[in-house]
Design a binder for this molecule. Structure first.
Ligand SMILES: Cc1cc2nc3c(=O)[nH]c(=O)nc-3n(C[C@H](O)[C@H](O)[C@H](O)COP(=O)(O)OP(=O)(O)OC[C@H]3O[C@@H](n4cnc5c(N)ncnc54)[C@H](O)[C@@H]3O)c2cc1C
Length: 480
């Protein structure tokens, strides 16, 4: 038996299971609280609107962990980094993989049952089936809240109270995000409306894409005709006027967008200063690195397959590469950049002797792998605290570090009244950029069209190298 007091992990999904595993393998006891399977007041077992079983780490939709290619794909890189950090989720996914080409897809039942068994049989983990409805007034001094996009209502109310008004969202209304380097700056230009300086003193904070009347009309037709995703019954989204889907705005009248987010006023095209554009699409810088721009006002329910086709009709975006497409979903997530510190702790409780960490999708990452990765780091941070060790976040050149950076500081606020922080998948745009190489390791010239791929490979190699150094350094600290 150990005399180290336990860390309480709430939510036995992907992030909570991974966090528990990391804690327990560091020698710290864990009490994992999962509400699914606990009896509710009407005698039936509690569940969520999306889960089907009581298994830990159940995959609620697709069975894919996406690309497993670490050299050229950011999520594949994240897989590799997690494997190097003894991830339970990755070990079980590898063990239960099914053929899926370059992707890592799993047998969902085999995968979830393997995670459940590993957690239940770990001598330092106790699983309690109950809905947690309070985060304070308990004797818990170290907590990881990993309750996911479908956090129960009672706990959401508690999180809202602790985090403060406006810091918990129940829906994500996501505008597409574009890799800056894929925007054609021979057509687009940088300028803020009326050259108004932003908080950073920059009067050219936006990238503007001009449209003629014919281009605007063709765009509206494509928007209205494009296939839209259906809402699930339980997912009906109350539209707020500040974040109406762009196609809903267009349905209200063909001119609505020209008087809304696409209004062509206060902006002058330096290449054609005397000609007024009929409409202008604006993109706003999304991350401190300047590698990503989001399309202002373009939150949408257009199906993913249709979005790239429709948005590439916009002059300047014909070859746009999307770091993420738009969407509108039920999703509980906190405004992490404002309320969490770099070690994923709720800042406002740090002085009260309670370490309340958040992990998983609720922190504003998106996807099975990303949620698990943040669970892994939250578990390691909490373990280091319990054992009196110092632990820094992984460098931002790694996929893990880039994700932490995104949720705790890398995102740039847009100055709108509503926060612009929205959940994000891992992508190379979150990592500090590198110049695309012109020659390969053997000094051979790399053809122009292959340089983007070569750059991804360099970024992946840098990431794994830096992760290894960071792991060595952390190991030395423990050993010393
Ligand atoms: C409908 C839907 C479909 C999705 N499809 C995909 C997809 O195809 N691919 C993808 O990569 N991502 C998908 N996601 C996004 C996301 O990656 C997953 O939801 C992922 O499971 C998030 O991991 P998590 O650990 O943060 O949350 P979860 O895996 O949801 O785990 C949270 C756990 O907390 C428990 N819990 C909640 N409240 C309490 C409480 N008060 N007390 C105790 N336990 C509680 C829940 O029962 C659950 O087990 C989807 C999300 C949703 C909602």
């Amino acid at each position: 038996m150990t005399d180290i007091s336990p860390v309480h992990v709430i939510g036995g999904g992907l992030a909570g299971s991974e966090a528990s595993w990391q804690l327990a393998n560091s020698g710290v006891p864990v009490i994992l609280h999962e509400m699914r399977g606990a009896p509710s007041n009407d005698g039936r077992a509690i569940t969520t609107d999306a889960h089907q079983t009581d298994d830990l780490a159940e995959l609620v939709c697709s069975n894919s962990f996406r690309s497993d290619e670490w050299q050229f794909n950011a999520v594949g890189l994240l897989h590799e980094e997690m494997r190097r950090m003894n991830s339970l989720i990755m070990a079980c996914a590898d063990k239960h993989q099914v053929p899926a080409g370059g992707a890592l897809a799993v047998d969902r039942e085999g995968f979830a049952q393997a995670v459940t068994q590993a957690i239940h049989t770990h001598p330092l983990i106790t699983v309690v089936r109950e809905e947690v409805v309070s985060l304070k007034n308990t004797d818990w001094d170290s907590i990881i809240c990993a309750t996911g996009p479908l956090t129960s209502q009672s706990l959401s109310d508690v999180i809202l109270e602790l985090s403060g008004e406006g810091h918990l969202s129940f829906f994500d209304a996501i505008a597409p995000i574009v890799h800056t380097e894929s925007i054609n700056m021979d057509i687009a230009w940088r300028q803020s409306r009326y050259d108004k300086e932003g908080p950073g003193g920059d009067a050219a904070a936006y990238i503007n894409c001009p449209m003629t009347k014919a281009e605007y009309e063709a765009f509206i037709d494509a928007l209205l005709d494009g296939p839209k995703a259906d809402f699930k019954d339980w997912e009906h989204v109350p539209y707020f006027d500040g974040c109406l889907p762009i196609e809903v705005m267009a349905e209200r009248g063909r001119e609505t967008l020209r008087h809304g987010p696409l209004k062509p006023v206060g902006l002058t095209n330096p290449r054609d200063p005397l000609v007024k554009a009929h409409a202008i699409v604006q993109l706003r810088q999304d991350n401190a690195l300047g590698t990503l721009y989001n399309m202002v006002g373009f939150q949408t329910k257009l199906k993913h397959g249709a979005q790239a086709d429709v948005f590439r009709l916009i002059p300047g975006l014909q070859n746009a590469q999307f770091a993420r497409l738009g969407g509108l979903h039920r999703n509980t997530f906190i405004q992490s950049p404002k309320i969490l510190d770099r070690k994923l702790r709720l800042k406002s409780l740090n002085n009260e002797g309670i370490s309340l960490r958040f992990a998983g999708q609720i922190t504003g990452v998106e996807g099975y792998v990303e949620s698990s990765a943040i669970g892994l780091l939250a578990g390691r941070f909490a373990a280091a605290d319990r054992l009196g060790r110092d632990m820094m976040a992984p460098p931002e050149t790694t996929a893990m570090g880039a994700l932490i950076n995104h949720i705790t500081g890398g995102h740039l606020e847009g100055g709108a009244s509503q926060s612009t922080f929205q959940p994000m998948n891992i992508n190379y745009g979150l990592l500090p950029p590198l110049e695309a190489p012109k020659v390969d390791e053997n000094g051979q010239k790399i053809p122009l069209k292959e340089r983007g791929r070569a750059k991804k490979r360099l970024m992946s190699l840098r990431a794994l190298n830096d992760l290894n150094s960071w792991l060595d350094e952390s190991f030395k600290k423990v050993a010393g």
